[in-house]
Design a protein around this ligand. Structure first.
Ligand code: ZN
Length: 497
């Protein structure tokens, strides 16, 4: 590609912005892992400065001239894709006035403080005014961003570009109708108390095992690392510097095992972008939901499968002889796939998880439209929980106060989890068809053919297509729940009556 003068200027600004965002990623990772306790206020200031600089360099008027100039000079396919993604971010940043951005930041930090306090008091009441304020600012933000009468779309667009309520609602409503009776039928199959209760799973052995899993998945430790944090996440500075975190609990092996598989799935995505896209917005996933599809695919479709544990359970037992020596594979596998109608989203299994999301999605839609008042939210939560899952929280901590998302004023984020589950099932089904013997490979601990299929059909495309277009290209179909429901029926339906 011969670069015109405008494109050259634009490209160098885009690279500068990617570098700033990489450094911000390092600051965030450090904040969650190794930052000394007393350094937090200083770090917040440093990051505020970097974010200010980023914003200024992004919305700069000259950048608009370079974009117009570059388009006039003529762009190739990659150039067009890069400019499209860049303009999307820049336009959204320019539409929201600085006063509103500052008001939101203040309301978010007040929201988190009020939410923590309300959780201690086990009562929603103290959090209500903060939530009210956040909702009103988000409505303002949605109007500033622009929409066709559906405010939720403007917020959803920030996490799931191209997705709309009109497209999403029918899919999630149908999914809930399929799931509720299955959850009722399959719940609490298997022992509630694991056979290893009270035993110790040594930290070092769990840590070694998670590293082995990541290596087998093809995670490149010369271009990334794993550390520990209270809330596991994937971050980093660049596709050649991907930072995973996990959490080890010596009384329970699941947080480390499934945490590492989950974050490893995110990590493979980040490491799978093409070098020619580095330092451009094309080295990115097109949506949060598609990113989540990669973590859920490894955590659930692979990591909770019979084939996977056929290979890995003997190895895990070898690492943890005192805790698992007398636990048969069958008993372990039953715990990995226990279905229960729990109150808490983060503890939910594959069958009930999406019901927790549908509940939040509907409440968010109603809150944002004004159809539901903040004061009525806890009751609405209880009523929907009973209708969808057949359980009722005893207090607000088990109910409406359980997630931090609303304390941050994040509306529109929850659906990305459900999209991740649906896309994961579709991509896994397509990989199975394409690879022919995927279950046999997983049963031998050969995880690379799957990694390579995902690399070719998902990761290396970066942000050239939107999420649903990418899934359609990879699987032959867009967003739908048939692959997901078919997967659940195959796994949980057989023999469970
Ligand atoms: Zn995730």
């Amino acid at each position: 590609m011969r670069m015109g003068a405008h494109l050259e200027k634009l490209k160098s600004r885009i690279q500068e912005l990617r570098d700033l965002s990489g450094v911000l990623g390092l600051c965030t990772w450090d904040q969650e892992t190794y930052l000394p306790e007393r350094a937090h206020p200083a770090r917040a200031e440093q990051m505020g400065t970097l974010q200010g600089l980023y914003h200024e360099r992004l919305v700069d008027d000259r950048v608009g001239e370079w974009v117009a100039g570059a388009e006039a000079e003529g762009l190739d396919d990659d150039g067009r894709a890069m400019v499209r993604v860049f303009i999307w971010e820049r336009d959204r940043a320019r539409r929201v006035p600085g006063d509103l951005v500052r008001a939101l930041a203040l309301a978010q930090s007040a929201g988190v403080t009020a939410w923590r306090q309300a959780r201690e008091e086990k009562s929603f009441t103290g959090f209500a005014p903060s939530l009210e304020r956040l909702l009103s600012l988000r409505r303002e933000q949605a109007d500033a961003l622009g929409h066709d009468g559906q405010r939720y779309d403007a917020l959803l667009e920030g996490y799931e570009p191209g997705m709309r309520v009109a497209r999403l609602s029918p899919v999630l409503d149908a999914l809930a109708l399929e799931l509720a009776p299955r959850a009722a039928k399959w719940a609490d199959a298997g022992e509630a108390v694991p056979p290893w209760r009270g035993r110790r799973f040594p930290d070092a052995a769990q840590w070694r095992f998670t590293l082995r899993l990541l290596r087998d998945m093809g995670f490149d430790f010369a271009a990334g690392r794993q550390d520990r944090s209270i809330h596991p996440f994937t971050g980093g500075t660049h596709p050649l510097d991907v930072r995973l975190t996990t959490k080890v609990d010596e009384g329970n092996p699941f947080p480390a095992l499934f945490g590492s598989l989950h974050e490893g799935g995110h990590g493979l995505y980040e490491q799978g972008f093409q070098p020619r896209d580095f330092r451009t917005p094309l080295a990115a996933a097109p949506s949060m939901g598609l990113h989540e599809s990669q973590s859920r695919l490894w955590e659930n479709l692979v990591g909770r499968s019979r084939a996977f544990w056929r290979h890995y359970y003997p190895l895990l037992r070898h690492e943890l002889p005192e805790a698992l020596g007398d636990v048969p594979e069958e008993a372990f596998f039953a715990q990995v796939n226990r279905v229960s109608r729990s109150l808490v989203r983060t503890e939910a299994d594959e069958v009930t998880y999406n019901l927790h999301i549908v509940l939040r999605y509907h409440l968010e839609l109603r809150l944002l439209s004004g159809d539901l008042t903040v004061a009525d939210l806890p009751e609405a939560w209880k009523e929907r929980m009973q209708a969808l899952l057949g359980v009722t929280p005893r207090n607000d901590v088990e109910g409406v106060l359980q997630d931090i998302h609303w304390a941050w004023g994040e509306f529109g984020y929850f659906p990305t989890y459900a999209l991740g589950n649906l896309y994961a099932a579709s991509l896994f089904a397509a990989a199975r068809r394409a690879l022919g013997h995927l279950d046999d490979e997983l049963g031998r601990g050969e995880l690379l053919p799957l990694r390579d299929w995902l690399r070719e059909n998902v990761h290396q495309l970066g942000y050239r297509l939107n999420a649903e277009e990418l899934v359609r290209r990879a699987t032959g179909q867009g967003l739908q729940d048939r692959d997901f429901i078919g997967y659940l029926d195959e796994k949980f339906g057989a023999g469970r009556g």
